[in-house]
Design a binder for this molecule. Structure first.
Ligand code: NAP
Ligand code: GDD
Length: 352
């Protein structure tokens, strides 16, 4: 019986396992009884902090590697012979991609090709299913609203352009070599596990620090950008479902509701019992936000966070995922702010 369980155990290989989505996907797959292999990068400090809760689980195995290194990827995929590969690894910060564009395309674009070629090289076309972490950044300067799987792409950053190559090479390997390969076109999804460089976590974390007297102001970029923000824990379930259906297809995952950065800021301060009133010229560097009760300036606009080209508005239509995968998100943006604010309060109190 024990052997039978082992034989039936599915094996997954995750790149980007140390990131936000890597954490939630690992949790989900371990709960489902998968053997999970994750590729990690060597850092001068440990990069595996998010994975600490799973360190004692014998079904989690971590292997050194990098999306820039074809030889390692080919070797690992050959050794592991995974049933499913989730390619979450990426230089995922849109703003920073303008500063390191060549590296971004190597990892986010060519890195995807390296995995697909490794599947072929190891003769795994009929066995291994492939998930590509595609993105709503593909829509960039949006061509229609809301955005669906059929909306034309118009990326607005080196990150978006690199992910566009990754999107099409995934489609191409599906059509050319019959690989079960799909793109999840995921709109922004956030959580307490979100990196501090992304706007939502930066906001909830800084607001908490202001409340605890560790910071005095939130310095922010474009307040009027609008995003369709969902909860990451729900989105990894959608990734998994994409690999469990009969036919490989591409799917949008989104909430269908968009909010501005400005309203996210207001909402995070509201959780702290603070009402923000905006002063100065709207949409310029002269705008700032004050606490209505004390008159203190708590939010200032800092042009260092502006981008050379901006994606102003994203709002997704996930009807196809609902119909084919039975996937629909439950947590709305207001609840998400609460989840993140409360987690940051715990986190910052513990840090002292
Ligand atoms: P994240 O927290 O920034 O995690 C990125 C992961 O990629 C980390 O594990 C990172 O490793 C790894 N990585 C970076 N460079 C690598 C390289 N050269 N070789 C191997 N691994 C590398 O990102 P996330 O939010 O979890 O997103 C997961 C994926 O979904 C990314 O591909 C992202 O572009 C895409 N996506 C995200 C969203 C979103 O809203 N979160 C939406 C659409 C698509 P280290 O820990 O060592 O840095
Ligand atoms: N990061 C950041 N920091 N963004 C800011 C700031 C700031 O201080 N101030 C304003 N923004 C604006 C950005 O200009 C952007 O319009 C919006 O807030 C969201 O920025 P991010 O949170 O950095 O996310 P993103 O939308 O650029 O990219 C994320 O979502 C994509 C899916 O649409 C990343 O997770 C990407 O990897 C992902 O593909």
């Amino acid at each position: 019986m024990k052997d039978k369980v082992k034989t039936n155990m599915k094996t997954a290989f995750i790149t980007g396992i140390t990131g936000q989505d890597g954490y939630y996907l690992t949790e989900l797959l371990l709960e489902k009884g998968y053997k999970v292999y994750g590729m990690i990068r060597r850092g001068s400090l440990p990069t595996t902090d998010r994975l600490k809760p799973f360190f004692d689980n014998p079904n989690l195995v971590l292997k050194n590697g990098d999306l820039a290194d074809s030889a390692v990827i080919t070797r690992l995929i050959g050794e592991i012979q995974p049933d499913e590969i989730y390619n979450l690894g990426a230089m995922s910060h849109v703003g920073i991609s303008f500063e390191i564009p060549e590296y971004t395309v190597d990892v986010d674009g060519t890195g995807t090709l390296r995995i697909l070629e490794a599947i072929r090289h190891n003769g795994l076309e009929a066995k291994t299913k492939f998930y590509q972490a595609s993105t709503s950044e593909l829509y960039g300067r949006i061509q229609e609203t809301p955005q669906t799987e059929k909306t034309p792409f118009y990326p607005r950053s080196p990150y978006g352009a690199a992910k566009m190559y990754a999107y099409w090479i995934t489609v191409n390997y599906r059509e050319s070599y019959n690989i079960f390969a799909c793109n999840g076109i995921l709109f922004n999804h956030e959580s307490p596990m979100r990196g501090l460089g992304f706007v939502t976590r930066k906001i909830t974390n800084t607001v908490v620090k202001i409340v605890l007297g560790k910071e005095t102001q939130l310095k922010i970029g474009n307040l009027d950008a609008s995003r369709d923000w969902g909860y990451a824990k729900e989105y990894v379930e959608g990734m998994w479902r994409m690999l469990q259906v009969d036919e490989p297809q591409d799917y949008v995952l989104a909430t269908g509701v968009t909010q501005t950065v400005r309203s996210f800021v207001e909402s995070a301060f509201k959780h702290a019992g603070i009402t923000i009133e905006w002063k100065g010229e709207k949409g310029t560097v002269d705008e700032f936000g004050i606490c209505t009760e004390t008159g203190k300036t708590l939010v200032v606009v800092d042009p260092q966070f502006f981008r050379p080209a901006e994606v102003e508005l994203l709002i997704g239509d996930a009807t196809k995922a609902k119909e084919d995968l039975g996937w629909s998100p439950k947590v709305n943006c207001e609840e998400l702010v609460g989840i993140m604010y409360n987690a940051d309060l715990e986190y910052e109190k513990k840090r002292g």
